[in-house]
Design a protein around this ligand. Structure first.
Ligand SMILES: Cc1cc2nc3c(=O)[nH]c(=O)nc-3n(C[C@H](O)[C@H](O)[C@H](O)COP(=O)(O)OP(=O)(O)OC[C@H]3O[C@@H](n4cnc5c(N)ncnc54)[C@H](O)[C@@H]3O)c2cc1C
Length: 228
């Protein structure tokens, strides 16, 4: 069979668009025949409309490889004149172009997942796969967001991880929730033994700060997994 992952691009129809939060949408799209990826990987996406085909942005598969469809969970930046504001205007039957599969975030063993906002997407795929394989033991998630309304797929993540899910809200709307950030003191409580992996995904500044905190807590750089 032809290795389609080596081909440059595939035109796929959007099957559904749903709101996940006030600024995050879930796109379910056709999956090209033979297209393969592992949880945590991503592809470049563009819109198959005149003038937009060459504007690409990277997005992570939140569906699993065995699914019949591809799913993307995308934070929309309405204020940027960029790809995501154009994606937000699309409807079922519109077409996307998906490109080669890439990405360095992949599951290596039990550990602490540290996500900031839309940085949850590779972990959503990895945790869904681990749940399916009944292999969640030893994994924890620290999920940083601005407030309750920004949390992506909270009910599902809480269902998957139970008490190993921690919401970290900077500016909670509910006065009963304390303002928190993922800092060195919080991370200290989650440092495991030498075999523990630390998976980080979020805005560049968030990732850099987390790597810094972990290294200050004497975690080896080789045990830290980031997109690079
Ligand atoms: C490997 C990888 C996987 C990713 N997976 C996902 C995912 O699954 N889901 C997800 O939501 N995101 C994901 N991202 C991030 C995502 O690719 C970007 O957030 C997205 O491309 C930004 O789109 P945009 O519409 O803001 O365009 P941008 O390219 O960021 O910006 C477009 C234009 O907007 C203007 N602009 C930029 N910043 C501002 C600002 N602050 N105010 C006003 N204008 C501004 C600039 O002039 C720019 O030309 C991933 C990133 C990587 C690297």
């Amino acid at each position: 069979m032809e290795d389609l992952n080596k081909a440059n691009s595939h035109i796929v129809k959007i099957l559904s668009v749903e709101d996940v939060t006030h600024n995050v949408k879930r796109f379910t799209v056709e999956k090209p025949l033979g297209y393969k990826f592992i949880p945590g990987q991503a592809t470049d996406i563009s819109i198959n409309k005149p003038g937009l085909e060459t504007t690409v942005g990277p997005f992570t598969f939140t569906s699993l490889n065995q699914s019949e469809y591809l799913e993307f969970t995308i934070k929309i930046y309405k204020e940027h004149d960029g790809l995501t504001s154009k994606l937000s205007l699309l409807n079922p039957m519109d077409e996307l172009i998906v490109h080669d599969v890439f990405g360095t975030i992949r599951y290596k063993g039990p550990g602490v997942f540290i996500a900031g906002g839309a940085g949850i997407t590779p972990f959503l795929a990895i945790l869904r796969q681990l749940k399916l394989e009944n292999s969640l033991s030893g994994n924890k998630l620290l999920f940083a967001n601005h407030n309750e309304d920004d949390v992506i797929n909270k009910a599902e993540l809480k269902y998957i991880l139970g008490n190993n899910y921690l919401d970290v809200l900077k500016a909670p709307l509910n006065p009963e929730n304390r303002s928190k950030t993922i800092d060195k003191a919080l991370l200290k409580a989650y440092i495991g033994d030498q075999n523990t992996w630390y998976y980080i995904c979020g805005p560049d500044a968030f990732t850099a700060a987390m790597v810094d905190h972990l290294q200050n807590l004497e975690v080896l750089r080789t045990k830290i997994v980031i997109e690079e």
